[in-house]
Design a protein around this ligand. Structure first.
Ligand code: FE2
Length: 433
């Protein structure tokens, strides 16, 4: 059960910001528990983080054909993402501009136009209002449809990943991702990628930051939380998760890169495609990659995981979004991605690996969500705020970064909390701006 006890004394915005400045001290490795369970922090976060930054909304391969569309949530507001007849991707607020009815109630489909179910106003998938029932008769000759177009939402793509934002002043997606793109290239730019199946959606009673925190840099938990997987022989040893690099860049992005790997974890047939899409250095990293797990700020986590299925090792690639729907509740959406030009047999095995490990039926996912829920529970209610219960994020504070072939600040193995400190540093910056 989630505690719903609410602070009786409402805090003003200024008070919350001052309190955050005093208690959230990422550079010292101090993070207070209440930021995961406090309703006022949650509301401020909606305004300062989710209405301000770029938020993931889908992958281009989900709307592969002209006139395909999907509907998604952007910071709690429904949007329609369309591919027009001219192959352009647009996004609109899912609201009829006549009386505000939700224009489209389907998750996906293929449509040139959208007709409002209320009065029948009709809109092209590029946003223009193209039809008003009985227009001349009831609105007169001078009625102007041209200012009745759907409300446009900013949407930009990087290597097929679609992000949208409500913030007209936000920097370009390219700038927001910055140096982190080098690693996103390994994830989804290495080859033409496609989402297979419907994205999986499930509810977890946890604050969204627990998910981002876990994926941005917590390889340390693998030994204990996922200890059963080593016992099953699906990964070689319990300290399997330490070897590699922990890397972060600006804007709170970060990842753990598991290296080396004696086996090539990707489809052999596509080596030429990988080489043509990556730099030599990136291809070298890909060839030696055991796994890669990270988070694009705020809430898009990603994973290349390498597991043994029916005696054969294989990788699977996924992105997952921790979409907040309450201070102690999130909807997780997980998209499984695969190299479009890989042999069908490879795609099938990769999918089996994904379903066995992550996804609601996956072993890792079950382990993690148990923990996420209980962390949120201990952070909820009045006491964590009043007593200022704290977490320790000091791991690796004494260490110096190392040289690494890719950009960002890198550490010589994955057991550090530098990435979480970087995540919370940027979060605090936005929250207190
Ligand atoms: Fe985990």
């Amino acid at each position: 059960m989630i505690k719903t006890e609410k602070n009786l004394e409402e805090k003003s915005k200024g008070q919350i910001i001052d309190h955050l400045k005093q208690t959230v001290l990422p550079e010292e490795g101090i993070i207070p528990a209440y930021i995961l369970g406090d309703e006022d922090v949650y509301n401020l976060e909606h305004e300062k983080v989710f209405l301000k930054t770029w938020v993931f909304v889908g992958h281009e391969s989900e709307i592969p054909k002209k006139n395909d569309f999907i509907t998604r949530e952007l910071a709690g507001y429904s949007i329609i993402i369309t591919r027009s007849g001219e192959d352009e991707i647009n996004a609109f607020y899912n609201m009829c501009t006549h009386r505000g009815m939700k224009l489209c109630r389907a998750d996906r489909g293929n449509k040139r136009t959208f007709q409002c179910p209320y009065h029948g106003f009709n809109f092209k998938n590029t946003g223009e209002c193209i039809g008003v029932p009985l227009q001349k008769d009831i609105y007169g000759e001078d009625f102007d449809r041209s200012n009745m177009g759907l409300n446009q939402v900013r949407i930009e793509s990087y290597k097929g990943l679609l992000f949208a934002t409500w913030n007209e002043e936000a920097e370009s997606l390219d700038d927001f991702l910055g140096e982190f793109k080098w690693y996103i290239d390994l994830l989804v730019g290495r080859a033409e990628m496609e989402v297979i199946g419907e994205p999986q959606r499930f509810i977890v009673n946890a604050n969204w930051k627990v998910g981002s925190d876990n994926f941005v840099g917590d390889s340390y938990h693998t030994m204990v939380t996922h200890g059963s997987i080593a016992k099953l022989g699906m990964v070689p040893s319990a300290t399997y998760s330490k070897q590699g690099y922990q890397i972060y860049t600006d804007n709170g992005h970060g990842l753990n890169l598991g290296l080396p790997n004696p086996v090539f974890a990707f489809p052999e047939e596509l080596k030429e495609e990988f080489k043509s899409n990556l730099t030599e250095e990136q291809f070298e990293i890909l060839s030696n990659m055991k796994n890669m797990i990270g988070n694009i700020f705020p809430n898009l986590s990603f994973l290349i995981s390498h597991t043994e299925i029916k005696g054969q090792p294989i990788s699977n690639t996924s992105v997952r979004m921790w979409r907040p729907i309450g201070v102690n509740k999130m909807e997780v959406t997980a998209w499984m991605l695969v190299e479009k030009n890989a042999p069908q047999e490879w795609k099938d095995r990769s999918r089996d690996a994904f379903i066995l490990t992550f996804s609601p039926s996956g072993i890792f996912e079950q382990d993690d969500t148990e923990v996420f829920t209980d962390i949120t529970l201990t952070a909820s209610g009045k006491m964590p705020f009043q007593k200022n219960f704290k977490y320790n994020y000091t791991m690796g504070l004494h260490r110096e970064p190392v040289d690494f072939v890719g950009p960002g600040v890198a550490y010589g193995d994955k057991f550090s909390e530098a990435n979480q400190r970087n995540f919370y540093k940027y979060w605090l910056e936005l929250m207190t701006e």
